[in-house]
Design a protein around this ligand. Structure first.
Ligand SMILES: [Zn+2]
Length: 240
């Protein structure tokens, strides 16, 4: 017997150890050549079986590997597509935000309020004068000084007024307020014209019922009655 031959060469203990892994030996089956060969085959089989178990556990059969690789590739492509879409969406959002910011800035610029004159001296204010209401703030300034629109709006009228205003320009602003600027030497805008904040609309003068070169400034909120200009102007950031 092969086992006996092996035992003869290696010693019983060595032979037992040699065969120890065999399940055949563990169950005490006869150690004839057939059994040994069966045990060898079984060990070989067991090896295959263990590999199969591992594969079954990890799912790493060839087709599973291919499927995993395909999924990884698909995931990668999907992520790239998602990233591209996110980038496009970000760029679109950035453009939209910029357009919105530009519009807000343009609106803020159009709605700002500015002084009608660069240089002046405050003279008569809003109140009764010689028993009659003076519904304006007078700003003394040399003839020919540039007179500016207070904000963006539309020129209501620009021309000679025979009731005492002389060369008068009336502007209705974006919020409905109407300003009167009177006694000008020359007007440089026409009725219906749109104007921007600070735009030159006239050159100051001493026309109409005026006792000296100045701009007579009236403020009519909503086109209604005139109000004291100084607090109204201050409320709009114009501190004269
Ligand atoms: Zn006046």
């Amino acid at each position: 017997m092969i086992r006996e031959a092996n035992a003869g060469e290696l010693g019983v203990g060595a032979a037992t150890m040699l065969n120890a892994p065999s399940s055949v030996d563990a169950f005490g089956a006869p150690a004839d050549p057939g059994a040994v060969s069966a045990a060898t085959a079984d060990r070989a089989g067991s090896g295959t079986s263990r590999d199969s178990s591992r594969q079954a556990l990890t799912g790493a059969t060839p087709s599973a590997v291919e499927a995993a690789a395909a999924k990884a590739l698909a995931d990668q492509r999907s992520k790239a597509a998602t990233d591209r879409a996110a980038k496009v969406a970000r760029a679109k959002a950035d453009r939209a935000a910029k357009v919105k910011a530009d519009k807000a800035n343009a609106l803020a610029a159009a709605h700002r309020w500015v002084s009608p004159l660069a240089s002046y001296t405050l003279t008569s204010g809003y109140g009764f004068r010689w028993g009659k209401l003076h519904p304006a703030q007078d700003l003394a300034t040399s003839v020919g000084s540039q007179v500016h629109s207070l904000s963006s709006g539309t020129v209501v009228s620009a021309g000679w007024d025979s009731t005492g205003y002389g060369n008068l320009v009336r502007i209705q602003y974006w919020d409905g307020t109407v300003s009167f600027m009177a006694h000008n030497s020359r007007l440089v805008v026409s009725a219906g014209e749109t104007v921007a904040p600070g735009q030159l609309v006239a050159y100051s003068g001493n026309t109409g019922h005026s006792t000296g070169p100045h701009v007579h400034l009236e403020i009519h909120p909503g086109g209604g009655d005139a109000v004291p200009p100084m607090p109204w102007l201050a409320g709009h950031g114009i501190r004269l």
